[in-house]
Design a protein. Structure first.
Length: 370
């Protein structure tokens, strides 16, 4: 009987020990959890109070308006060396309208060799676009002085001094990657010069488009020999394309000269969306100038994205030029027709241009006068 009582007493002690241990474990666990929660809460507060680091975000595009029709737009004239320069877009200058050295047949667009109200309007629109870009600051990222060897996401990049592309091999290449977003936008702002070395280049990746790249230059821009450059250069002062430069974009200067030497300058199709809204209707507008010789400009708007065809026909219904044939996003567009770039032997007379989309067809008449 004594043994049984002892054993029962021992079991009771063991039970009490277990209860004490469980209470101690629970108390310690609760304390640890509470400490961890207090630590996590403190970290969250610190994170919320800390200044946010800038992350690249695609800004709204800069609307060039009528300045977007121009491949070359200057303030004090355009000067070209040699016979190898080809310009795909309009060329003009205001207030100094002097254009030297360009061969009219090498310009697929309108060559404004004298003062014209359309050039004046384009310069006003260029000033507005420049000031718009200059005023951008939201989510700005610091722009390095040397861009070669970098891959940059869409965003607003700012450098208060100069920037450019230099180096050899991989360091001579700047890659702009849209990551599949065809509407991605880059804006590069620099307080002083933009300079690229000979043989350097920009590479577009992930559906990036030249028309959505904007270079805002505080003074002058100089592109090195045989370099390849993408985007719209808007410079306060001069723009110089040295020998063999290929520019897929625009050279637009507010007050100074654009200098060319055996270059190819190709503007993207002009597209604009006002206030984030696409045009509300499909429309084909009358060409200007009309009558024309040798170039005229055709504008149209697309209510929605789709397959687009814009072709030119003679009075017999025979196709003489294809200006657009592909898929385009909703927006407003402007393209040029140069009779020297279509089928050879176009004579003076009446021609028709026809816009076809998946849900819209329109035809208008224009007159070529030699």
């Amino acid at each position: 009987m004594i043994k049984k009582k002892t054993k029962s007493f021992e079991l009771l002690l063991d039970s009490n020990k277990m209860e004490i241990l469980m209470k101690t474990y629970t108390k310690n666990s609760t304390a640890i959890i509470n400490k961890w929660l207090r630590f996590a809460g403190a970290m969250l507060i610190i994170a919320l109070l800390a200044p946010a680091s800038a992350v690249p975000q695609s800004p709204a595009p800069v609307n060039l308006r009528t300045a977007g029709n121009f491949a070359i737009l200057a303030g004090s004239g355009v000067n070209n060396i040699g016979t190898l320069t080809h310009i795909y877009g309009d060329v003009g200058s205001f207030p100094t309208a002097t254009i030297n050295g360009l061969i009219p047949g090498n310009v697929t667009g309108i060559l404004y060799s004298t003062a014209d109200t359309l050039v004046t309007l384009a310069k006003v629109d260029l000033d507005s676009a420049y000031n718009d870009a200059q005023g951008r600051s939201l989510n700005a990222i610091s722009l390095p002085g040397q861009l070669g060897g970098l891959t940059l996401a869409p965003g607003l990049y700012v450098n208060s001094s100069s920037t450019g592309i230099s180096g050899t091999g991989p360091n001579a290449i700047l890659t702009l990657d849209a990551a599949g977003d065809a509407n991605a936008v880059w804006i590069f702002k620099m307080g002083s010069t933009l300079v690229t070395d000979a043989g350097t280049s920009i590479v577009l990746a992930g559906s990036a488009k030249a028309g959505n790249i904007f270079w805002l230059v505080g003074t002058s821009a100089t592109l090195g020999t045989n370099s390849t450059f993408y985007g719209n250069i808007m410079a306060e002062a001069s723009i110089t394309l040295t020998t063999g430069v290929n520019l897929y974009g625009r050279a637009l200067t507010r007050i100074a000269m654009v200098s060319l030497d055996a270059n190819t300058v190709t503007i993207p199709l002009v597209t604009s969306v006002e206030n984030g809204l696409a045009p509300q209707v499909f429309a084909l507008f009358q060409n200007y100038p009309n009558p024309f010789n040798p170039s005229t400009r055709i504008q149209y708007s697309l209510e929605k994205t789709g397959q687009v065809s814009l072709k030119v026909y003679n009075v017999l219904g025979l196709e003489v030029a294809v200006l657009v044939n592909g898929r385009q996003q909703a927006g407003s567009y402007s393209v040029s027709f140069n009779m020297n770039k279509g089928k050879a032997g176009l004579s003076s007379g009446v021609y028709f241009y026809r816009l076809e989309t998946e849900s819209f067809v329109s035809t208008k008449k224009m007159i070529l006068m030699k």
